[in-house]
Design a protein around this ligand. Sequence first.
Ligand code: SAM
Length: 236
Amino acid sequence: ATEVGGDDKAVVREYFNTTGFDRWRKIYSDATEGVNKVQLDIRLGHSKTVEKTIEMLKDDSPLAGVSICDAGCGTGSLSIPLAREGAVVTATDISAAMVDEARRRASEELGEAQMPVFDVSDLEGLKGKWDTVVCLDVLIHYPQEKADGMIEHLASLAERRLVLSFAPKTFYYDLLKRIGELFPGPSKATRAYLHAERDVERALRRVGWKINKKGLINTQFYFANLIEAVPVSSTA
Ligand code: SAM
């Protein structure tokens, strides 16, 4: 995709507080009313990404007591199950509407002691250190040059590992065509950007990180590469 003029981030923030909030809140739920076939397929693909992420995170040790930052948490699809596993979760998103919805869902599903700490913040502005930082299906909203900086910043927040998902450039033409259906009408202002694995790898390398594990998720309309990155010096 070609880059839109102006500040992508402002466009994305506006979208996820308005039409994008309505669209994605429905996709990331069990509701069937007003959800079309493409959206149902994306729901399925996304739920697989969440499932694989949890598997990846639990692979070497249990999550109880592990500090995790879910950057761009959306409605809490990942934050909530991680908190249920006993992780100490910080859930943040650029969209206040998304954070409110995630908090509402969490308070319905979790006990007081498990509640994540919620914060409205773009991931570039996050400060702190977490054992693990996760960022699912967020990079798709940014061109590679912005994604580079985001990946580098996320790595600086993580002590042990960073888990990212992105739409792989491999499926470029096919995916682009299909993704058009995701952003119909006036909300087309938000574009979908695909990222080549080697570019993500390069951004990680620049800050001394490497890819440690990989997964690929795809349904008819949803494609994602899921990677776990660790510091190069790590023995993982
Ligand atoms: N990660 C969630 C999940 O997988 O369920 C939500 C994915 S949703 C497609 C993308 C989310 O990223 C939206 O909630 C949006 O508000 C958020 N987002 C977009 N740009 C962001 C940024 N620069 N910093 C933090 N969050 C951002």
